[in-house]
Design a protein around this ligand. Structure first.
Ligand code: 7GP
Length: 824
């Protein structure tokens, strides 16, 4: 053993001993438990506190440094932060995993067991929320001074259970046992107004000052979670707002015997931060949603303006020192709120205020789906936010006036770019407001950004050219490579060196060994270990036995018609039929793995879940396909489950209708971990193909342009079905109740949609998808070729690190410097 190694061993042992002491201390004095009485949860909390202490030391130093230098700060406003579990994020980025493992081991506790005890913070639905979480990590890693601002929902995304094949929703309770990562800041508390009236005060200089007198106020209280960057280089804050009533109860009512009525105001106020995405099918639900959005946008702006004034004195320098990114339209009301703060509260002239606002905001769009582009009824806005509605009218008047002076202006164009949609009962277009109030608007993949210019923002782009730009998404490799797949990460580190997570582009070096038999063997061995672990999980949760040597074919994401889980199910059934027809052929054993949640009110998506489960039931019970085909629907998809499935996936299903998936980020996580992609030319798949090479990805189906043309001709699926006997047979089986013998008509409606109203082009793409799957099989038979392709996927995915994405935002949108991570 050379001296250096000995030294390191000694210092590791010292580190472990120190952590052990610290954990014991926390267990006794902060958790209040003895060694003997401690539950796994107690050990988890004690360990989290130890990691948090280390983070806090650097956090305070980071805050101090930012204050001292007065450098520009980035504020990321998002109604979703899908952060998941934080223990391994904290330990990994503070480089404490191994000593902590050793320390706990010495105490008779298994770190991996503690990992499972932590609730999964599901403060988001899907891609948009997880992206915000990856961005927070990369912002800290690149030492950008940043805050994440969002809502501290008491209940995150619902817990999904599957009963008789159907999705049931249950409230999620991530806070039931407390949250060791956060700091409540009762002193950081802002008043948020709603309703009321506006007084116009005429000033001596002839101007009019508007004073908003809200009819109702709610308090926003801050809860801070420190977010550590890689190697603990810099620590930022995730500040989530919780709603409180100004008065905890009406004592007069209470004493007069109305015990429930006394709490009404409190219940009404606190409902704002009660649940993520309250159902908005009712007017009351819509109003609550708008209240949530204004609540967190206003609290965040009040907070950052106050910080700016303390640090820099005057409000006029705001745009030099502050960049605010709007994560989709949910925080878009912030544009009007900042104008109100500047004009009404700080007496900034309108034109200057507008220049500051535009220079400060950037807006990221995450979807082209028209139904997801928010609009609010004008009457609701007028009632809830009367002053903001006035401001929106004024912004709009100036905007339309300028546009009307352009040479090619038409009435049609003005109607299209107006902040008010007059065609659907007068609604405020929040996407347009975000667009106008920002200096840059970005899509999240190249294709998506290009499509923005010809679809939802076509007219605005014509009037305000150059504002739309692209920032292709990325994912943090600390979580999605190292934490999720430590075995593969060590192997890769051997090849590229231990700066892998500092500079993801180093992964390119893996390409040189991708064809090497010895390397492939080790790569495959890591995959197999992950598949064995997933098989164990499936067995444990569902009682289904799956073969780790089968091809794991994985589709994990929200359930939505455009994501086309149904296409995957149709192919499954087609293959199932073929195997039954010729059971003795040399079939490739395959496990189809589905996981994902459907929005509670989205009936078709829920029916698709049921179909997947019904098919699973029939297939898994059929002795003819035993050992060849299994179908698994893993309930309650969340970040932690993704961390288990992704490293075990062989094939990644990214099969959305082209032109509909803004980017996708699961596609990146899976390819990074060496799954080969089967996908359409949609979202970031296009760029993934460019990076990994067309030979190492299975592309099929209509392009976005072809989908457009096809839809123009009509969306009846009959022709496609008539051309494919396989497809016709599969649809007939589903429609006639083969998979729902207890209710033969269950899927007739679903099949009718495919036949007569196939907006998502399932039937049009079926044959080409089916053929692509056969190409997958052929490649799988040639294991050398498969593993080479898998390794090349890993090698070429470095560009999809969220460090790269964030560095681009920093340079092109926020104008802040980045400091790449690394030792020293
Ligand atoms: C998602 C997009 O569907 C996905 O393609 C993208 O990768 C992700 O955002 C991150 O950019 N959108 C949402 O999650 C969402 O809620 C509605 O969009 C606003």
């Amino acid at each position: 053993m050379d001296i250096k190694v000995e030294d390191r061993a000694a210092s590791d042992a010292d580190a472990a001993a120190a952590i052990k002491e610290a954990i014991l201390n926390k267990l006794i004095y902060s958790v209040g438990k003895s060694l003997e009485a401690a539950s796994s949860h107690d050990w988890f909390v004690a360990t989290a506190f130890v990691a948090r202490d280390r983070i806090v030391e650097r956090w305070l130093a980071s805050i101090d440094e930012v204050n001292r230098t007065g450098r520009k700060q980035v504020y990321y406003l998002s109604v979703e932060f899908l952060i998941g579990r934080l223990l391994f994020d904290a330990l990994t980025n503070m480089e404490m995993v191994e000593p902590t493992r050793a320390a706990l081991f010495a105490l008779g506790v298994d770190l991996d067991e503690l990992r499972e005890v932590e609730p999964d913070a599901a403060l988001g639905n899907g891609g948009l929320g997880r992206l915000a979480a990856c961005f927070m990590e990369s912002l800290a890693t690149l030492s950008i001074a940043a805050f994440g601002y969002g809502i501290r929902y008491d209940h995150g995304l619902f817990r999904q259970r599957i009963k008789d094949g159907r999705q049931l929703e249950y409230p999620e309770e991530w806070l039931a046992f407390g949250n060791p990562w956060e700091f409540q800041r009762p002193e950081v508390d802002y008043e948020i107004g709603f309703g009321g009236r506006i007084e116009a005060e005429h000033q001596p200089d002839g101007t009019v000052k508007h004073v908003w007198l809200p009819g109702e106020t709610v308090e926003a209280v801050a809860y801070d979670t420190p977010i550590a960057g890689w190697r603990g280089a810099h620590i930022n804050t995730l500040r989530l707002w919780s709603a409180r009533a100004p008065d905890p109860l009406r004592l007069d009512k209470f004493n007069s015997g109305d015990h429930v009525g006394a709490l009404m105001d409190q219940v009404r106020a606190e409902s704002i931060s009660k649940v993520l995405y309250p159902g908005d099918t009712t007017p009351a639900g819509q109003e609550l949603r708008l209240r949530q959005e204004f609540f967190f946008a206003s609290a965040s702006l009040q907070d950052l303006v106050l910080r700016h004034l303390r640090q820099h004195g005057g409000i006029l320098s705001l745009a030099d020192k502050v960049a605010i990114q709007l994560n989709d339209t949910h925080p878009a009301i912030a544009v009007a709120e900042l104008m109100r703060i500047l004009v009404d509260l700080h007496d900034v002239p309108w034109r200057d205020a507008w220049a500051i606002t535009q220079a400060t905001f950037g807006y990221t769009n995450h979807t082209l789906l028209p139904e997801a582009l928010e609009t609010w009824p004008v009457p609701l806005m007028e009632r809830l936010l009367p002053r903001h509605m006035q401001i929106i009218y004024l912004i709009n008047a100036i905007h339309l006036d300028q546009a009307s002076k352009l040479a090619d202006s038409t009435g049609e164009r003005l109607a299209a770019i107006s902040l008010i949609d007059e065609a659907h009962g007068r609604r405020v277009r929040m996407g347009h407001l975000a667009f106008l109030g920002s200096h840059k608007v970005n899509g999240v993949s190249r294709l998506h950004s290009d499509l923005l210019k010809v679809t939802v923002f076509r007219e605005l782009d014509a009037v305000l050219p150059g504002r739309i730009t692209n920032k292709t998404n990325g994912v943090t490799f600390r979580r999605w490579l190292k934490e999720a797949n430590p075995g593969l990460t060590s192997l890769l580190t051997e090849v590229v060196g231990d700066r892998l997570l500092d500079d993801a582009r180093l992964l390119e070096k893996v390409a040189a060994v991708a064809g090497d038999a010895a390397f492939q063997e080790r790569y495959a061995a890591e995959r197999r270990a992950n598949k064995v672990a997933l098989a164990k999980l499936v067995r444990h949760r569902l009682g289904i036995k799956i073969d780790p040597d089968a091809l794991f074919d994985v589709q994990i994401k929200r359930i939505h018609e455009y994501k086309r889980q149904i296409l995957n199910i149709l192919e499954t059934i087609a293959v199932y039929d073929m195997i039954r027809a010729q059971p003795m052929r040399d079939w490739i054993p395959r496990v189809k793995i589905f996981s994902g949640k459907a929005a509670a009110s989205y009936a078709t998506a829920k029916l698709i879940i049921q179909l997947a489960n019904d098919v699973a039931k029939i297939v898994n019970a059929d002795p003819t396909v035993r050992g060849i085909l299994k179908v698994v629907f893993l309930p309650n998809y969340n970040v932690s489950l993704a961390e288990r499935i992704i490293p075990a996936a062989d094939l990644s299903e990214q099969i959305s209708t082209a032109g509909m998936e803004a980017s996708g980020t699961g596609n990146m996580k899976l390819a990074l971990n060496g799954a080969l992609t089967i996908g359409t030319l949609d979202g970031a798949n296009v760029e993934i193909r460019e990076k990994v090479g067309a030979d190492n990805i299975f592309i099929f189906g209509l392009t976005a342009e072809e989908v457009e043309a096809h839809r123009h001709r009509g969306i009846d699926g009959s022709d496609a079905i008539n051309r494919s006997a396989k497809l016709a047979e599969v649809l007939e089986a589903i429609a006639s109740g083969v998979f729902s013998p207890d209710e033969p008509d269950r899927y007739r409606g679903l099949v009718d949609i495919l036949i007569h109203h196939d907006y998502f082009m399932v039937t049009a793409d079926f044959e080409s998808y089916y053929e692509a799957q056969r190409a997958v099989f052929r490649r799988w038979r040639d294991k050398r070729s498969w593993w080479r392709a898998a390794a090349l996927n890993t090698a070429h995915m470095g560009w999809f690190s969220s460090d790269r994405t964030i560095a681009e935002y920093a340079k092109d949108i926020w104008d802040v410097p980045v400091k790449p991570p690394g030792r020293g």
